[in-house]
Design a binder for this molecule. Structure first.
Ligand SMILES: NC(=O)C1=CN([C@@H]2O[C@H](COP(=O)(O)OP(=O)(O)OC[C@H]3O[C@@H](n4cnc5c(N)ncnc54)[C@H](O)[C@@H]3O)[C@@H](O)[C@H]2O)[C@@H](O)CC1
Ligand SMILES: Nc1ncnc2c1ncn2[C@@H]1O[C@H](COP(=O)(O)OP(=O)(O)O)[C@@H](O)[C@H]1O
Ligand SMILES: [K+]
Length: 493
C-alpha cells in the first residue's frame, strides 16, 4: 500500500488532474464502484445488501456498486438521501445506470431499507462531508449500529471527516473501507482509524505522476520512508563510530533514565553515558553494566561532560525533575553543536514560554510530548493532531513527536508522518522513556531528527506488538533485537 496520505483537497486535485489528462469522471466513478463491489464479493458470501447513497459523488459510487452486485445476482435494495432528479454530473450518470432496469427502484432513505439486509454499503458521504450528520442520514447510521449489520464504507465511514478522522455527528463502525488512489488522514488518525475496519486501497486509474505533482507532505510511518538511511553497523566500524549518547539521570525517578539509556544502547549507540547525582552512581551502574555512569553533582559538572564533542547526542527530561536546574542543562546542551531529545519534565520546565527554546532549537532536536505536555508547552493549538504537531514544529524549529495511539512526527518544513503500529499495551509507565532513548540512540548514530523520530516511533510500536499483552517498559529494549533482525532482513532484500 502506498504510504502517502492525501488531504481531501489534494485528492480533489488528483481527480481533476486525472480528468484533465483524459480520464473521464464517469470512468473514475465506474472503477471506484467496481472496486467496492469487488471488495464485497471477496469478503462476503452472496447476501441481501442495502446500499445507502448520499447526494454527491460518494452516492454515485454506491449506485455503481449496487448495479454491479445486482448483476452478480445479489438481492440489492438502494435508498437515496434526496431526489434522483437533484443528482448532478457523474452521480446522475451513475444513478441512470441503476434506474435503467425498471425492477430496480430508488427508495427513500428510511430505516426500513435495512430490513432483511445482511450487509450495508455506506455511500452517504465521503470527501464532501461538510457538516454533522442529522435527520435521515443520522437515523440510518444509528440504526445500522443498533442492528449490528456488517458495513462496507465507501471512501470513509460517513460522518468521519477525511482530513482529521473526527466524527461529525455520528458515523458507522465499518468492517471494511474501500478508498481510492491514496489513503486520507482519516484512515490513520483516531477515531477515524478505529471506525474504518480493514482499509482496502483501490487503484482507479489516476496516473502516478499526479501524486508526484501534488507532492503530498504526509505519510504513514514505516521503513519505506527511512529504512535506506538506517544506521546499521558497518564492518569497518567501531564503537566510537556509532555515536555517544549522553543521558541526564535524576535523583529520585531513576528508572526513567535507566530505561532510556538501555533503549539507546539497543538502538545501536556505540556508547551511552548517564550523568547522575553522585549518591546514585552505584544504583545506576549496577543496573546498567554496559553504560558509563558518571557523577554530575551540579550544572557545571554536566556542562563539562557536554563539552566533550564525542558525546554527540543528548537526552534531557526523563525522571529529571522539573525546574531551573533542568532548564539550565537544556540551554547548555542547545548552546553546543549537538542533536538530542527533549522529553517529560523539560516541557514543564519551559511551560512559561517557548521563546528560550525556540531561539536555540533546530531540526536535529526532537521534542517528544504526550498531549498534556504538548498543551503545556505550545498551548491549546487548533486543528487535528497533524495540524497541531506541524504548527508546534514550525513554532519551535525542531522535530515534534506528539505521542499517542496515532503518534504524529512533524518537521518544521511541513513534512509529517502518522504511526499506526503501536498497540495499546504501550500505555504503561516508562514506555515513553524507552521511546526517547531509542531516538537519542539513533541521533547519536547520525540519523537526522525527522528520520530518527520516525524510526524510533516505528521500532517502539513493533517492539510493543512483539511483546503484546502483559508488556512492561523493561520488555521493550529486550524486544528490539528481534525487531531489528526483521527490519534488517527486509532492508537487505
Ligand atoms: N471524480 C471524482 O471526484 C471521484 C469521486 N469519488 C467519490 O466522490 C466522493 C466525493 O464526492 P463529493 O465531493 O460529491 O462529496 P460527497 O458525496 O461526500 O458529498 C457531497 C454532498 O453532500 C452534501 N453534504 C455534505 N455533508 C452533509 C451532511 N452532513 N448532511 C447532508 N448533506 C451533506 C454536500 O452539500 C454535497 O451535496 C468521494 O468520497 C468518492 O467516494 C470517486 O467516485 C472517485 C472519483
Ligand atoms: N492507546 C495507546 N495505543 C498505542 N500507544 C500508546 C497508547 N497510549 C500511549 N501510547 C504510547 O505509549 C508511550 C507512553 O509515553 P508517556 O506518556 O511518555 O509515558 P511515560 O512517561 O510513563 O513513559 C508513548 O509512546 C505513546 O505513544
Ligand atoms: K461513505
Amino acid at each position: 500500500m502506498a504510504d502517502e496520505l492525501l488531504t481531501v483537497a489534494e485528492m480533489g486535485r488528483a481527480d481533476r488532474a486525472a480528468m484533465a489528462a483524459g480520464v473521464p469522471g464517469t470512468v473514475l466513478m465506474e472503477r471506484a464502484g467496481a472496486a467496492v463491489a469487488a471488495a464485497a464479493l471477496a469478503r462476503w458470501s452472496p447476501r441481501p445488501v442495502a446500499v445507502l447513497c448520499g447526494p454527491g459523488n460518494n452516492g454515485g459510487d454506491g449506485f455503481v456498486a449496487a448495479r454491479l452486485l445486482a448483476e452478480r445476482g445479489w438481492p440489492v435494495r438502494l435508498a437515496l438521501l434526496g431526489e434522483v432528479g437533484a443528482l448532478r454530473g457523474d452521480a446522475a450518470w451513475a444513478a441512470s445506470g441503476w434506474t435503467a432496469a425498471p425492477e430496480r427502484p430508488v427508495e427513500r432513505l428510511e430505516t426500513g431499507v435495512l430490513d432483511g439486509a445482511g450487509l450495508v454499503i455506506d455511500a452517504l458521504f465521503g470527501a464532501g462531508l461538510s457538516r454533522p450528520l442529522t435527520g435521515p442520514a443520522a437515523d440510518l447510521v444509528m440504526e445500522v449500529g443498533r442492528r449490528g449489520l456488517p458495513v462496507l464504507a465507501v471512501d470513509v465511514p460517513s460522518g468521519v471527516r477525511g482530513d482529521d478522522g473526527a466524527v461529525l455527528g455520528c458515523a458507522p463502525r465499518a468492517d471494511l473501507t474501500v478508498t481510492f488512489h491514496r489513503r486520507k488522514p482519516a484512515h490513520v488518525l483516531l477515531p477515524g482509524r478505529l471506525l474504518c475496519g480493514e482499509v482496502v486501497l483501490a487503484d482507479i486509474g489516476i496516473p502516478d505522476g499526479v501524486v508526484e505533482a501534488i507532492a503530498p507532505r504526509t505519510w504513514e510511518n514505516g521503513p519505506r520512508l527511512w529504512g535506506a538511511r538506517y544506521p546499521w553497523p558497518r564492518p569497518e566500524g567501531h564503537k566510537y563510530s556509532r555515536g555517544h549518547a549522553l543521558v541526564s539521570g535524576g535523583a529520585v525517578m531513576t528508572g526513567a533514565a535507566r530505561l532510556a539509556a538501555r533503549a539507546a544502547l539497543r538502538a545501536g549507540a556505540g556508547l551511552v553515558t548517564i550523568a547522575v547525582p553522585p549518591e546514585t552512581v552505584t544504583l545506576y551502574a549496577l543496573s546498567l553494566p554496559s553504560a558509563i555512569v558518571l557523577p554530575a553533582p551540579d550544572g557545571a559538572a554536566f556542562e563539562a561532560l557536554l563539552d566533550d564533542p564525542r558525546r554527540n547526542a543528548v537526552l534531557l527530561g526523563p525522571g529529571a525533575g522539573a525546574g531551573e536546574a533542568l532548564a539550565t542543562r537544556v540551554l547548555a546542551a542547545l548552546a553546543r553543536d549537538r542533536s538530542g531529545v527533549l522529553d517529560a519534565d523539560v516541557f514543564t520546565s519551559f511551560a512559561g514560554g517557548l521563546e528560550p527554546l525556540a531561539l536555540r532549537l533546530h531540526d536535529r532536536w526532537v521534542l517528544t510530548p504526550h498531549d498534556g505536555e504538548f498543551d503545556r508547552l505550545f498551548g491549546p493549538l487548533p486543528g487535528s493532531r497533524l495540524d497541531r504537531a506541524r504548527a508546534a514544529a514550525r513554532a519551535c524549529g525542531a522535530v515534534v513527536l506528539l505521542k499517542g495511539a496515532d503518534t504524529v512526527v512533524a518537521h518544521p518544513d511541513g513534512r509529517a508522518t502518522v504511526t499506526t503500529n503501536a498497540p495499546p499495551d504501550l500505555a504503561t509507565a516508562g514506555s515513553g522513556d524507552v521511546l526517547a532513548g531509542l531516538i537519542v540512540g539513533l541521533l547519536a548514530q547520525g540519523m537526522d531528527g525527522f528520520d530518527a523520530a520516525c524510526a524510533g516511533a516505528w521500532l517502539h510500536g513493533e517492539a510493543g506488538s512483539t511483546v503484546g499483552p502483559g508488556l512492561i517498559a523493561e520488555d521493550l529494549p529486550e524486544a528490539l533485537p528481534a525487531v531489528l533482525r526483521r527490519l534488517k532482513a527486509g532492508a537487505d532484500a
